[in-house]
Every structure is written in structure tokens, then in C-alpha cells.
Design a protein around this ligand. Sequence first.
Ligand code: ATR
Length: 282
Amino acid sequence: MTALLKKACVIGDPIAHSLSPVIHGFWISQYGVNAAYERAHVAVREFPGFISALRANGYVGANVTVPHKETAYRLVDRLDETAKGISAVNTLWFDGDVLAGANSDVAGFLGNLDEGSPGWDEGVQIATVIGAGGAARAVIKALDNRNVPEIRITNRTEGRARQLLADLRIDAEIIQWEKIQTAVERADLIVNTTTLGMAGHTALELDLSAAVSTALVTDIVYTPLKTPLLEAAERTGLRTVDGLGMLLHQAVLGFTHWFGLTPQVTPALRTAVLTALREKAV
Ligand code: ATR
């Protein structure tokens, strides 16, 4: 008897740009799972109804992307620890009759650094996070999970950084945006979570020479793969990890819950996603 086809999807508006179908499609073929992963274009007003009918429509779970992550956070029956304080859910699955929700960006960020720079968290004393949006919430939660002793945050809109720390109940130093350069001093991990440096956006201009000489610099942006910040880090002789791995690693959680096996992030997967990115850019 063949196993029943298991179906999951990524829900968003817009959704055509999502790379999640490339990632899950790659794993479905690689592992020979009897599964399908679809794109679901769902407008804001239709989202609650789509979630209520998720199971009836044959889905074992879903990824949730812009603009539904905060609504998904409010709609799930049970929140995973990772989603608390982040106020955003990007992965849904059923646990019996319970709709469970998690934020896999925390695991995605850590998985990327663990792979790209093994042991990175052992010596880190000061981590500087640039930005205070949704991605910054996941990054700061991740750093706190790994017990980084000192976290600094700087954001153009300072009130957002304050709110982020209050929601996450994490003690960190807020540095004024105008003084961003001082946030680099003695840092041994620097993370950009803003859209600065993304293709078509202004670059994030930082002099990284005041960081620790063995510092690690990473960027959430992966278009381009080598952002101006990562280029500057290389020129300064610092270590770098690009942002694509976070996208790949954050997908592991959903696949594991829906289809019952933990997929690996491999160079072949990275190549497949890079190819899709290049095709989309044409
Ligand atoms: P995400 O969920 O991907 O983190 P977001 O919530 O829109 O996206 O956050 C984008 C981040 O990039 C924010 O930190 C934003 O700063 P503000 O909170 O001040 O808006 C930052 N950002 C975007 N454009 C920027 C710019 N031109 N200069 C400085 N920061 C910028």
C-alpha cells in the first residue's frame, strides 16, 4: 500500500517570489517522500478562514510569510517557545487536533552560524545587532538562547529597539543610530538584520576595524550573497557567513514536523536555491 500524499504550503501575499517551494521540493525529491509543497496566495482578509480550513483542505501544515506572520501568532492553539516574544509565527503543523506554531528563524540563524563558523558561540563576549524588525527579534532571541554575555542593538527608530527588548524580556544595550560606529567597538559578532545592503537599497557603511580582530560578521540579506557589509568585513580580515544559510536552515523545522524526517542542508540544496534566485533575477 502506498502512503497517502502529504501536502503542505507556504501562505503569503505576494507569494510568487517565495523560495520555500524550491527548498521543500528539493528535499521531497531527494528523500523520495510522497509529499507536495504548494504556494498559497492568500489575502489578509482571507487568512483566518484559510487557517481554519487548513486541515479540511488536506494540509498537514504550512509556512507563513509576509504579511501573515503576526496574525498566525494570534491564531494558533499552541505556541512554541521560540515564537514567544517574537510575536510572529512562520511554521504551522498539527499535533493531534492542536494547531501548533513556531518561529523557525531562531533555529535558522543558529543553524547557519553553526554550519558556517562552527564553535562561533564559544568565545563571543559582545554581539552587535543592527536593526529591530522581525528578523532582529529572532536573532536576539537566538543570541540570548546561546547565552551571549553582552548584546548591543542599534536601530534607526530607537523606540522599536526598546519595544523589542521589552517584548523579549532581554537585557541589552541600546546604542543610538547616529552612534552606530561605537556599536562596532570590541564586538566579536556583528549581525545586520536591516534591509540596508540589499540589491536596490543603500549600503550599510561601517568601519569594522574597531571590532575584535577575530570577529564574525553576518548578514540576513542574501541578495546579493556578498553584501557591501560582508565585503567590508573581508577587506578588514574578519570572518563572514552569508545570509542564505538562514533561509535554508529555517526550513528544516517544518519539513521535520510535516513529513517525519529531518532534512539536511547540503551544498546541493544551496546550489539549487542559488540557481532559482538567479532565474528570478532575470
Ligand atoms: P524584517 O521583518 O525583515 O526584519 P522589518 O520589520 O520591515 O523587516 O524591519 C526592517 C529593518 O530595517 C528595521 O530595523 C528598519 O529600521 P526602522 O525600524 O527604523 O524602520 C531597517 N531599515 C529599513 N530601511 C532602513 C534605512 N534606510 N536606514 C536604516 N534602517 C533601515
